[in-house]
Design a protein. Sequence first.
Length: 193
Amino acid sequence: MHPDLEAVQQEISDARHRGLDMIDSLTAEQINWRFAPGSWSIAECIEHMSVTNELYVAATQHALDSAPASRVSDGPVRYRWVESFLLRQLEPPVKLRFKAPSAFQPASDLRPEMLRQKWEASHNGIAQLIRRADAVAFVKVKVQSPGSRFLKLHVGMVFHVIAAHDRRHLWQSDQLKAKPGFPEAIRGAASQL
């Protein structure tokens, strides 16, 4: 596998596991808790990531359908400065906030088991696309952003953006758990009596 894709595949896998650990360790009350009106809960952060990932998977599949069949050499990949700038802005700790496009808005009051299913499905779709991208000239193919008609990213950068976006909102979720008023865990308390 191309080293750029291999590295981002590991980042996506790490985010997938962090998200699953978070979902599995929280009660429904904790995962749906909001710090303030209008702020997102952990469930909404996870739902937002899953929805965003699903939309990017569909757009990337479409772009790969027309990709040149020749594989990229194993040399370093260079992305456009605007793509690298966007990537830096997504990384935690969050310095610059963005309003999520309407297509990426999460549903509310979500059950942990449904979040888990969507989270896993979206990350499995990304993993399949990374393997598929390795067989084509992925540095020559651009993906139309499902959130903005003005933004096109190279396929490899799409994967980096997804990984950074996951890290951003997992970091945001960790920050929520540290806020005053976050509900105490009661899961397993009855079995310890």
